[in-house]
Design a protein around this ligand. Structure first.
Ligand SMILES: Cc1cc2nc3c(=O)[nH]c(=O)nc-3n(C[C@H](O)[C@H](O)[C@H](O)COP(=O)(O)OP(=O)(O)OC[C@H]3O[C@@H](n4cnc5c(N)ncnc54)[C@H](O)[C@@H]3O)c2cc1C
Length: 247
């Protein structure tokens, strides 16, 4: 059914959400009345995920009250309000935890000369600026995110130069069967049980470096449909381990 009123046809998802957030013309009540006309006492009512950017809980509660039913949202494609809300919640949580975010490319690193990283060096206005920490997590993505770099000569992890095993002959990086077991999607750094990247001899690259997400090798996210799952699981584990290092 159509959203009540006459929202402009562009950017509908956010316009619906903002209208419900502001509720300036009683949009919440009007939407509930609209749905009530076809609601035959079902205990649960699903709406497209447009129920507000800033006040989703309030809007769901208002609709639930008006319809006397549980109200839930059905996720949709981009632009995804639940994704936007999650990003805001993440930013708020970082702010509350006192996290300082620097959005610059990491171009180099410093060590103590004894196997520990001391700084990630970012590039800012042509200057190299070190950011010091007790612990580091490499989460720069895979071949698409540029966390792994490749050319005819080989595959490498460009930030910390961690070892990325791959066949010497680049014709062995793939098989001709497009849907076959392709080797290249599994390229990535090799980690120990604590998610610390290992070098070609199996030794830890840096005591206080963990890796998470697509930069970690051994999985084929497209074939396994495992991309976000691997990223979430390894991100949680790597972040937790890094946090325990610094306590
Ligand atoms: C077309 C496509 C469709 C996909 N669809 C799905 C799907 O439907 N479901 C699913 O589960 N997975 C999907 N995936 C996989 C999923 O996107 C990845 O598994 C996931 O994004 C990996 O997360 P990540 O954090 O490891 O890396 P990324 O999301 O790639 O993030 C890495 C970040 O690090 C940054 N970065 C890189 N180098 C540096 C540097 N030197 N300094 C600072 N920052 C740097 C990059 O800019 C990027 O922001 C898809 C991937 C692609 C390419």
């Amino acid at each position: 059914m159509a959203f009540p009123g006459d929202p402009r046809s562009d950017a509908k998802v956010t316009r619906y959400a903002h209208a419900l957030d502001g509720d300036a013309d009683g949009e919440r009540e009007r939407l509930a009345a609209h749905v009530a006309r076809v609601h035959e006492g079902e205990p649960r009512v699903g709406f497209p995920a447009v129920l507000g950017e800033d006040h989703p809980a309030e809007i769901r509660a208002a609709l639930a009250d008006a319809l006397d039913a549980d109200v839930f949202e059905v996720p949709m494609g981009p632009p995804s309000l639940p994704g936007i809300r999650l990003e805001y919640a993440y930013r708020d949580a970082l702010g509350e935890a006192g996290v300082h975010v620097v959005r610059r490319p990491v171009v180099d690193y410093e060590t103590d000369g004894d196997g520990r990283l001391t700084a990630a060096v970012v590039e800012r206005n042509g200057q190299h600026v070190p950011h010091y920490a007790d612990s580091f997590v490499l989460a720069t993505g895979g071949l698409v995110g540029k966390g792994l770099d490749s050319d005819r000569g080989g595959v490498r992890e460009p930030v910390f130069d961690c070892h990325v095993p791959h066949p010497a002959d680049r014709y062995d990086w793939f098989v001709d069967d497009v849907y076959g077991e392709q080797p290249y999607p599994r390229f990535g750094v090799v980690v120990d049980d604590d998610l610390r990247p290992r070098d070609a001899d199996g030794r830890i690259e840096f005591e206080n470096l963990r890796a998470a997400g697509s930069v970690v090798g051994g999985h084929d996210f497209a074939a396994e449909c495992s991309g976000t799952g691997v990223s979430l699981a390894t991100g949680d584990a790597a972040g937790t381990a890094a946090g325990s290092d610094t306590q």
